[in-house]
Write a protein of this length. Sequence first.
Length: 273
Amino acid sequence: MSRIANVFAALKAQNRKALIPYITAGDPQPQATVELMHTLVEAGADLLELGVPFSDPMADGPVIQAACERALVHHVSLHDVLEMTSQFRRTNTDTPVILMGYLNPVEIMGYRAFALQAEKAGVDGLLTVDLPPEESHDLVDALNHSGIDPIFLAAPTTTKERLEKITHAGSGFVYYVSFKGVTGANALDVNAVAEKVNQIRQITPLPVGVGFGIRDAESAAQIAQVADAVVVGSAIVKKIAADANDMQKIKAEVSKLVGSMREAIDAVARQAA
């Protein structure tokens, strides 16, 4: 059983939901990333999403686009992101790390070479935003050989037939995008999310994580009522951007936000018990 599967199984046994925060690797500077990863875990993260900086992040809104630009100023590459993960693993061998990004850097490295290096670094999952399941066989095969979960996005417009392809190709969990738009937008409709999550659950036993549009403890709690995991990115990246030159303040603000979400998500579990 993978680290991701283990975490979801443990949380399910406790009737709890996963909190998955996202940061862009190398933002605001490369030396900050591993420290921030540990800060997120200490604040209550169950899994971590680590963004691979890319020059054309088409699914990301302006907040994460700017984070990629800040990281790319320092020439942060996929190799650097794998090294950051390896450094994190020196003191944390339990928290799953999911790389999130776009296909181009992985394709340039080569699927098998990437999978082997990612396995060695301690990566648990890969989400490539622009890789459709219909074209994913070669990469999925390489990832499966290295015990890395390929994770795919589902959207409000995703049909039942395509959900079946996504869940057949993927493992770890299904990442449901809560609305039609980019990261950081404010259009969360919890009833619509619940309806789609239920549809996904009829197709697969995989956990369902929901991201896009989760800004604070209140919205995190709302999503925790209907999904297995809450994914939050732009709200955290905004905190990083606001104090880009003050690492201690970044850590304090990020910890406060993630901690409030953790508390709100766990309160949902207590109320349901």
